[in-house]
Design a protein around this ligand. Structure first.
Ligand code: ARG
Length: 478
């Protein structure tokens, strides 16, 4: 009879140590494990361990030989994970203990020295900060790509007239380029929010230990610097126990998701045949299983819908955190899924939106027709009366309102109301007044700073390129 070889024994979770001799209940293990999701922190975990290890050597807390063995082992583990050959094991609970256990298999007892002057509490806080920092840089690139797509279309359509809405009622003509540039500004602020979040999160928890610091002569500046943090976090309790940086990230994702959702809704509207302002190619539309004529904007609808996930992620994490006493509690293990979900979803939404923007083909005639409908240039006539007859704007507003009513009674539009008819209501109206009623004149006249005049829009697109797309190069140097 052959006895099981030691290597075939059930792997033992290092955190159970000598204190816990019994095995965890199966259900205990199931609720406790996080390896299925926190394996996404592997690169950050290895980077953190390498920095910690180098510091331990520099401070003579471990020997250079052990330090080298640990570093080599960690690099091997990174390669194994990236090649999909790493033996992830639920018995080892999370990414930290999985890597530590594998390190032991690879290099022997020296592996046990890596966790000197460290706890999983400062380790995981460091890993997640690094992960969110990377995610922010990644999302910033995606936001920039979407801005670039919007700016390109805005340049093409600096003079393309469309109806501008308030209350979704035709309000005043605007240009399509102007409308698109509004989203470029929103995305600029979305990027700013992520940048702010990045600034605040960029302090290093490593060295806080479990909660109180450590009795070893560590060098926290060294590890912070090695991981490109600005400085170590000042308070060990705070370092291991707050997740405000993750909440800021989720809030920033939620706000950006909300912006994308509004834009998606507009794509859905513009694409709807009664509007018919734009077309998307087959690449960004789907068919109906029953109605052969359909072309559905599913990608836009899903971008519109996914906002719920961001709000859900924020609500989920803020609920985990509220009421938690200092310092670490296992509740905080629940921080990762919402963060991953929000980051993945935002990336997907940004990429899908950029794809749609590049795909948009504008039906200029349909846009112009809609822009001219609904007496959209009524304000222009009121402005003319105010300017040329020195009327108080309120009086001009009332007169034009009466003219619109008259036009509707006659089944025509304000722009087509005969001059004679206009003069029965305000005799001082001249032929020149009627000229301001075309949509082209209307948008061209809106040349105040930030307005929709085509010349301004063309300049604004150029300026946006310089502000948002060239800034990117500088960020890279950071
Ligand atoms: N997997 C844990 C988490 O994500 C790591 C920290 C565990 N710390 C502890 N004291 N049990 O939060």
């Amino acid at each position: 009879m052959s006895r099981p070889r030691p290597s075939a024994a059930k792997p033992r979770n290092a955190a159970r140590g000598g204190r816990l001799s019994g095995e965890p209940a199966e259900i205990m293990q199931r609720i406790n494990v996080s390896i299925d999701f926190d394996r996404r922190l592997y690169a950050q975990d290895i980077a953190g361990s390498l920095a910690h290890c180098a510091m331990l050597v520099a401070r003579r807390i471990i020997t250079p030989e052990d330090g080298e063995a640990i570093a080599r082992g960690l690099e091997k583990i990174r390669a194994e994970i990236e090649a999909g050959r790493f033996p992830f094991r639920v018995e080892h609970e999370d990414i930290h203990l999985n890597i530590e256990a594998r390190l032991g298999e690879l290099i022997g007892p020296a592996a046990g020295r890596l966790h000197t002057a460290r706890s999983r509490n400062d380790q995981v806080a460091t890993d997640l900060r690094l992960w969110v920092r990377d995610a922010i840089d990644h999302l910033d690139r995606h936001m920039t790509l979407l801005q670039a797509a919007l700016i390109d279309q805005a340049e093409t359509h600096a003079a393309t007239v469309m109806p501008g809405f308030t209350h979704l009622q035709t309000a005043q003509p605007v240009t399509f380029g102007h409308h698109l540039l509004a989203y470029v500004e929103m995305l600029g602020r979305d990027r700013g929010r992520l940048r702010d979040c990045r600034k605040r999160l960029n302090e290093c928890p490593l060295g806080a230990g479990a909660l109180a610091g450590t009795s070893f002569p560590i060098d926290r500046d060294k590890t912070a610097k090695a991981l490109a943090f600005d400085q170590p976090m000042a308070n060990s309790l705070d370092a291991v126990s707050d997740r405000d940086f993750a909440l800021e990230f989720l809030a920033a994702c939620a706000i950006s998701g909300m912006h994308l959702s509004r834009f998606a809704e507009e794509i859905v509207l513009w694409l709807s045949p009664p509007f018919g302002f734009i077309r998307l190619s087959d690449s960004y539309t789907t068919g109906s299983s029953m109605m052969p004529q359909k072309r559905n904007p599913d990608a836009a609808e899903l971008v519109r819908a996914k906002t719920g996930r961001f709000l859900g992620a924020f609500a989920s994490l803020v609920t985990v955190m509220k009421g938690l006493p200092l310092a670490y509690s296992k509740d905080m293990q629940e921080d990762k899924v919402p963060v991953f979900e929000a980051a993945d979803t935002l990336e997907l939404c940004l990429a899908a939106t950029a794809g749609m923007v590049r795909d948009i083909a504008v039906d200029k005639a349909a846009m112009r027709r809609a822009a001219a409908a609904g007496h959209s240039t009524a304000t222009d006539l009121a402005d003319w009366l105010t300017r040329n007859l020195a009327l108080p704007f309120r009086d001009a507003h009332r007169i034009v309102g009466t003219l619109v009513k008259r036009a509707e009674e006659m089944g025509t539009s304000l722009a087509d109301l005969p001059l004679k008819e206009m003069q029965t209501i305000e005799p001082r109206i001249t032929a020149a007044a009627r000229e301001v009623l075309t949509v082209e004149k209307s948008v061209a006249s809106r040349a105040s700073l930030g307005g929709t005049a085509p010349t301004l829009v063309a300049a604004a697109a150029k300026a946006a390129r310089a502000r948002f797309l060239e800034e990117k190069k500088e960020n890279k140097k950071r």
